[in-house]
Design a protein around this ligand. Sequence first.
Ligand SMILES: Cc1cc2nc3c(=O)[nH]c(=O)nc-3n(C[C@H](O)[C@H](O)[C@H](O)COP(=O)(O)OP(=O)(O)OC[C@H]3O[C@@H](n4cnc5c(N)ncnc54)[C@H](O)[C@@H]3O)c2cc1C
Ligand code: SF4
Length: 332
Amino acid sequence: MIVKDAIPNFDLFQPTQLKDALALLDRHGKDAWKLAGGNDSLTWFKERIKRPKAVVDLEGIAELKGIRETPDGIEIGALTTLTEIERSPIIQGKYRVLADAARRVASPQIRNTGTIGGNASQDARCWYYRYGLPCYRAGGNTCYADTPEGVNREHALFDSDRCVAVSPSDMAPALVVLDAKLVVRSSKGERVIGTDEFFIGPKIDITHLTSLKPNEILTAIRLPKEWAGAHFYFEKVADRQTWDFPLVNVAAAIVVANGVVERSRIACGAVSAVPRRLTAVEEIIKGKAPSADLASLAGQSSTRGARPLNYNRFKIPLMANLVMRAVRDATA
Ligand SMILES: Cc1cc2nc3c(=O)[nH]c(=O)nc-3n(C[C@H](O)[C@H](O)[C@H](O)COP(=O)(O)OP(=O)(O)OC[C@H]3O[C@@H](n4cnc5c(N)ncnc54)[C@H](O)[C@@H]3O)c2cc1C
Ligand code: SF4
């Protein structure tokens, strides 16, 4: 009998300094695993599909926690929990779309331990991959979802390349529309990257959803002032109202001045391997007065180029409606 609820042995390290955590990652290389809230990590361990030899628990590193105002905006430590983000007066006041997205993630228990860094870095939720099958994303040479019988109603509409899994994160599109910068550290130094460089698709690396390297830790997320106080919108549709990943979600930041859309950023999650920024829609609405007709045009335009699989065609009108509602909300 296969025992699936006992986690195989590993060495657990609980550093309290970032430099010590980075040194551990250097020492253990690909055998190491970075642990934040554990919501994604522990499932992999219990299923015995990922078997790290060294787990580096980031929880004790104080500098990775908290929300700070800076001259350029705010900085959120990567180990800050989703509950803290949801309840933060600064985020609610200036970057509400992030608090709204956090509120729609999973359950209160998961939000109490799940971190923003872990949520942004979480792995794909494709059933076949999570079950441990040797598909492309697991290093194999086939995709079980993109077949005539494949269960693919949760999968991608855009930009797939062999793998059709999607970015499952509710926080990711909110980070895109806030033009977040992600601070990534290794023992060699720091790189500060945009969401377009952090989230990656299968054409770049089919086995990862982010550009994080094994020796790197996401330490913080910076939100620039530029989008503070914009008109925000977040909406998610899932099979259930609680404890479920998005079928499609939308986040929008829209600045209306003198009765017209001055600038906007709009993104959808769960439709491709990365949160999909809708630059064509942003161009269409720029300089126009928000109206029901403009919202409808935005919705229809958002799904151009979609290539549905056997069972996810329903995502096309779903996405169009969510984008329409996001733009229509700016007329209020
Ligand atoms: C039942 C269930 C339902 C869920 N529903 C949703 C949902 O509706 N929407 C949604 O968005 N999410 C959902 N999630 C995901 C959840 O919200 C967590 O965000 C996610 O599981 C990971 O967060 P964590 O802090 O627990 O990270 P962990 O599980 O510890 O880590 C996740 C991954 O990120 C890596 N990692 C973590 N922190 C860092 C860091 N600072 N630097 C580098 N790498 C790092 C880890 O190595 C690991 O690969 C759900 C999870 C579960 C179990
Ligand atoms: S969609 Fe991606 S993760 Fe799922 S079976 Fe295909 S290759 Fe694997």
